[in-house]
Design a protein around this ligand. Structure first.
Ligand SMILES: Nc1ncnc2c1ncn2[C@@H]1O[C@H](COP(=O)(O)OP(=O)(O)OP(=O)(O)O)[C@@H](O)[C@H]1O
Ligand SMILES: [Mg+2]
Length: 273
């Protein structure tokens, strides 16, 4: 396989165990298997979904994919290099290249900082040179916001606008991979599609790899072309959203499809039904 055909990001046989508090004074720590030998990858420029019910292990996998947690076992690769045994220079490139957008933009910004200060932070933290002001202006434009946003504080924005600012902050270091953990589930249904459209446009314009994590199959069918279904710490099934909707193989996928049907058409206009 040539380099171009290798995944840009890949988990191979990744398991994550969490030690739980002891139930007796001299007993062992019980262990929770949050991930069990998970294989997952995304190619450059690809949009992949991870879907599963609450507690399936989605956020645990996300934390591994952004390098916040080291897996108990298995290998985590970026650009075909083992991240956890790479040198400082590569780890710096990895941290700059893989950025995350979280569910709730209100809790992911410091309320005492202006947007300008918040957007400057990743540039300073990652010691990125160049014209910071120009970079911030460019990214604000990419997410559809004007420079008047810079002097404002987080409370002055609606949820949807603040999620745009969160996406801008993730884009500031010029990442290759954007990982979005439930990016629209805290937002009004009426603005969910706008934020998903923005992600779609950014993926195309910037040739980003997008990993979109959600509990809602209709959200991934709007944005991604391949979906991994998670349940109980494992990936139980993968396929195109359409295939998974029409031919769910596992019980877990069937129940996710049913829950979309119960909330009606999913995102208006883009439902597969
Ligand atoms: N730091 C931790 N310590 C102990 N257990 C944890 C920790 N983080 C997650 N877990 C457990 O691991 C399992 C998977 O959790 P995770 O947050 O990855 O699920 P999720 O699919 O993201 O769920 P949700 O849809 O509710 O966000 C759960 O049983 C959770 O309680
Ligand atoms: Mg989660």
């Amino acid at each position: 396989m040539s380099e171009a055909q290798l995944p840009i990001i890949q988990a191979i046989g990744v398991s994550q165990e969490y030690k739980l508090p002891r139930t007796s004074l001299f007993g062992k720590h019980p262990v929770l298997d949050a991930l069990k030998e998970v294989d997952f990858y995304a190619m450059e420029g690809e949009s992949v979904g991870i879907v599963g019910e609450s507690g399936a292990g989605k956020s645990t996998l996300t934390r591994i994919l952004v390098g916040m947690e080291k897996p108990t076992s298995g290998i985590f690769k970026f650009k075909n290099q083992d991240v956890w045994s790479s040198d400082d220079e590569f780890q710096h490139e990895f941290r700059r290249s893989v950025q995350m957008v979280l569910q709730n933009p209100r809790s992911s910004f410091d309320p005492r900082m202006t947007i300008a200060q918040s957007l400057l932070q990743p540039l300073k933290g990652l010691k990125i040179g160049g014209n910071h002001q120009a970079r911030i202006n460019q990214v604000l434009e990419q997410v559809g916001l004007g420079q008047d946003a810079l002097k404002k504080y987080p409370y002055e924005f609606s949820g949807g606008q603040l999620q745009r600012v969160a996406i801008a902050r993730a884009l500031i270091p010029n990442p290759k991979v954007l990982i979005a953990d439930e990016p629209v589930s805290a937002l009004d249904v009426s603005i969910q599609a706008q934020v998903l459209n923005l992600l779609n446009d950014l993926v195309k314009d910037l040739n980003l790899t997008l990993i979109l994590i959600t509990h809602d199959l209709s959200v991934v069918s709007y944005v991604t072309s391949r979906v991994a279904i998670m349940g109980h710490g494992k990936i139980v099934e993968t396929g195109t959203p359409k295939f998974l909707f029409q031919n769910p193989q596992s019980e877990i996928t069937r129940s996710l499809v049913d829950s979309v049907l119960t909330v009606g058409k999913g995102i208006e206009g883009e439902s597969l039904f």
